[in-house]
Ligand binder design. Sequence first.
Ligand SMILES: Cc1cc2nc3c(=O)[nH]c(=O)nc-3n(C[C@H](O)[C@H](O)[C@H](O)COP(=O)(O)OP(=O)(O)OC[C@H]3O[C@@H](n4cnc5c(N)ncnc54)[C@H](O)[C@@H]3O)c2cc1C
Length: 280
Amino acid sequence: MKLETNHATRAERAAYLAGALEGLYSGEAVPAATIGGRRAAIARLRQFDVTRYGTTRNHVTKRGISFLSPYIRHGVLALAEIRDYILTRFGAGRDTTKYINELAWRQFWQLVYAEYGNRIHQDIEPPKVPRNGTRRSLPDDILQATTGLVCMDESLRELYREGYMHNHARMWFAAYLQHWRGEDWRDGAELFYTHLLDGDPASNSLSWQWVGSTFSHKPYYFNRQNVEKFSDGEYCKRCPLASGGCPFDATYEQLARDLFGMSQEELEQGGQRRGQQSRR
Ligand SMILES: Cc1cc2nc3c(=O)[nH]c(=O)nc-3n(C[C@H](O)[C@H](O)[C@H](O)COP(=O)(O)OP(=O)(O)OC[C@H]3O[C@@H](n4cnc5c(N)ncnc54)[C@H](O)[C@@H]3O)c2cc1C
């Protein structure tokens, strides 16, 4: 099929791309997520089935995700071509929309970076919760993945070994490090940036700030129930702290009070920004 690029509609361009990808590399074994150039990236894209995305993307063990981030980060695949390919192959629908939304988050972070420049590596807004963290080197148990919490240690080991961490695990870890351990988000962001194969200044620093509440109206935090739900209980089953001493084993209301000294409702309303000055 030949494409008259000057006159092609978007649908024609997408169909052309899908056809070209279909013809390319068919039957080829898909390599590991992060090796190879464009050929490997296309194989990875072709392997991805978006129809499981909405229900499994948050699931750290089911992982219905695309693993395309290193290729996107390093310019091997463009967001628009991924969007067009997915739309053409799977059609519009809930899962496709969800996936394109995530591509849009990446683009949004890039646009913020373009606007703010290196200011994204410092607090963009004041934190909405009390904060104790000062910059220093991270504690050994983080660097060695020996916190004793299976949900943290396994994710850290994957980061150090594979250069990857699942999005939900990134959120858990970023929250743990900032809210439970009181570390400065910039030290966590540096750790990620050092190890992630998709390490990206904008997605990384701005996501850390979103978790910490310096680029969102409230902090992100989680509890044990959330870990159990999105890991099918796998981590807790093997965790020595599951039967006592798990720092996440509480309701959201209790954690809001323990971690931030305010109620969930106060957090929702923007916490400290609206005059709450309570300390941990
Ligand atoms: C604390 C923290 C740090 C992060 N640091 C980075 C980073 O350095 N580089 C990076 O590329 N992503 C980062 N992310 C976003 C996200 O975790 C990864 O993009 C995603 O896990 C990559 O895996 P995937 O390609 O299988 O994602 P999929 O779920 O298959 O998503 C497809 C693509 O959409 C984009 N995307 C998905 N989720 C997000 C998200 N939450 N924010 C922005 N874009 C998203 C990515 O480009 C991704 O490749 C971070 C998230 C958090 C919470």
